[in-house]
Design a protein. Structure first.
Length: 499
């Protein structure tokens, strides 16, 4: 499938398909999972365009252009692969992206490995992406680059004399100055970001952190406040900077959650775990998601409030992710040990088991059945760009008879503050108390809170997000730029701190 001129060109680390080899030796394109894919897939299908990314395999891969073309036909938009060698994947993806930027931008600097070779690999791979983008796009196209793997792409494209409009959206948080300063390549990275025409961040707090770093480190940069979107001028280029909280395809989630298949799945879960409230945690295996502290809070609630024993069960689904990285393998063992400890202390022979733990990926229908069955969602990341699971849970709670407990350090907390029970994930007793509060909350309050949450997610869904980003990129009159979700974008008033 060939893209027309003047279209949307999406660039992300991964294509929304992974290419896997079957036992027969044939390669197959499998639709991918994860926040970015979930968010953008309905939008690209709706608008059409090209998606450029790494197909998820390395040098041993043969030419997959035929499989890509077939996947393009099915997807309804063009796909272009960026081939990476195994060494590039190690240095750029496992190294710079996941051992430097991911922990640093989630304020976990002690987990960073600032290996200089990683930065070289990052630059090389970003340049490779830029070559493919230049080849696949025309000057009228809008190029939309996603996430922390590809912060240098605009700078590389400018070096190749590409003058198209280029936007960037950061899906993870932008760290405060004191943390960002630790990055050995801080100047190069900031300058590279200012090669974009628009830099979008999840929350006003992230935007504040970013502009503070620009002000502190790039002395010749000038930042002006212009309503919802700020302007940074540096070396002759003006970059717009805005906060655009990502969201979900609310109607699709709601519709599917109402299906007979999902309803049956939810009933089955309740039948398997009867006479108790089901508390749900679903996360990728990641140290930012706060799973061990959450388990400790669950243990704490059972210790301090014995009356809740046998009345609640925690279903904790951990979706395999980044298993090649040692840190993640250690986290998995820790989660499994804690689960064993809690079940060993509290389970009753032949009866109640406090923690139901699954280490696997769920099918979409299973996921929705878990959302629909859960009386309480326990989402307690230590830090999260947004957290789509929280929004999906609200969309799927069609009976509006359930409670969302949410970390105040998730980007979603700003938007969901008024309906959710917000917690500090580091405060084990505080989270335990919130579980008890959710358990005891009366039906009228549960409904009122969930109704409010659902309205907010419905009004600011993923289509709203894409529109807001694209309009901020192309509008001539920034002063007329519409007010965005809730109080996300009121500069100087709310930095996204919900408490
Ligand atoms: C990054 C940022 C930001 C999860 N388990 C299963 C499954 N999922 C889907 C969920 C959801 C997505 O994966 C997870 O998205 P999150 O937003 O919660 O988290 P990250 O993957 O860390 O995403 C995050 C996001 O980017 C978007 O900007 O919100 O802050 O870290 O959509 O539904 N899907 C299926 N089975 C599972 O077992 N099918």
């Amino acid at each position: 499938m060939q893209a027309k001129r003047g279209q949307l060109v999406v660039v992300s680390n991964r294509l929304p398909f992974a290419f896997r080899r079957e036992p027969s030796g044939r390669w197959r394109a499998l639709p991918g999972a994860g926040g970015l894919v979930t968010a953008l897939l309905p939008v690209l299908r709706h608008r059409g365009g090209t998606w450029i990314g790494w197909p998820g395999a390395s040098e041993s891969m043969p030419d997959l252009s035929q499989e890509l073309a077939a996947a393009s036909e099915d997807a309804g938009y063009a796909l272009r692969g960026v081939a990476l060698t195994a060494e590039e994947v190690r240095g750029f993806y496992e190294g710079f992206a996941n051992e430097v930027i991911w922990p640093l931008f989630h304020d976990l600097q002690s987990l960073c490995n600032f290996d200089p070779g990683y930065w070289q690999a990052y630059c090389t791979v970003n340049r490779k992406f830029a070559y493919v983008v230049r080849e696949a796009s025309s000057q009228e196209d809008f190029i939309w680059v996603h996430d922390y793997h590809l912060m240098n792409v605009a700078a590389e494209l400018r070096r190749l004399d590409v003058a198209s409009r280029i936007g960037f959206f950061l899906h993870i948080p932008f760290p405060p100055l004191d943390i960002f300063l630790k990055l050995p390549w801080r100047m190069q990275l900031l300058e590279a970001l200012l090669e974009y025409d628009l830099v979008g961040l999840q929350t006003v707090r992230d935007r504040h952190n970013f502009t503070q770093c620009v002000r502190a480190l790039l002395k010749d940069a000038r930042i002006e406040g212009r309503g919802q979107v700020l302007l940074a001028t540096h070396r002759g280029r003006t970059t717009r900077i805005g906060a655009f909280p990502i969201s979900i395809d609310y109607n699709a989630f709601m519709r599917q959650a109402a299906s007979a298949e999902v309803a049956a799945g939810a009933r089955e879960l309740h039948a398997l775990l009867p006479k108790r409230k089901l508390i749900l945690g679903i996360d990728r295996l990641d140290y930012t998601k706060g799973i061990p502290l959450r388990l400790k809070a669950f243990q704490n609630v059972l210790e301090r409030y014995p009356e809740l024993r046998e009345r609640i069960s925690l279903i904790q689904v951990v979706v395999p992710s980044r298993e090649d990285i040692a840190e993640y393998r250690g986290l998995k063992s820790e989660i499994e040990q804690l689960t064993g400890k809690i079940n060993g202390s509290f389970a009753r022979p032949g009866g109640w088991v406090p923690v139901w733990y699954a280490y696997r990926s769920l099918s979409r229908m299973e996921l929705l059945a878990y959302y629909r069955a859960a009386d309480i969602a326990l989402i307690t990341p230590l830090k999260d760009g947004m957290n789509l699971v929280a929004k999906e849970y609200c969309a799927c709670s069609i009976e509006e008879d359930c409670v969302l407990i949410l970390s105040e350090f998730a980007g979603a907390a700003v938007q969901l503050a008024k309906g959710a029970l917000l917690v500090n994930p580091y405060d084990i007793e505080g989270v335990a108390d919130a579980i008890r509060l959710a358990y005891q909350m009366d039906a009228a309050e549960r409904r009122a809170r969930m109704r409010r949450l659902r309205r907010s997610v419905r009004e600011h869904d993923v289509f709203w997000w894409v529109d807001a980003f694209l309009r901020a990129a192309i509008t001539k009159d920034l002063d007329a730029f519409p007010i965005a979700a809730d109080h996300h974008v009121v500069e100087g008033v709310d930095f996204g701190l919900p408490v």
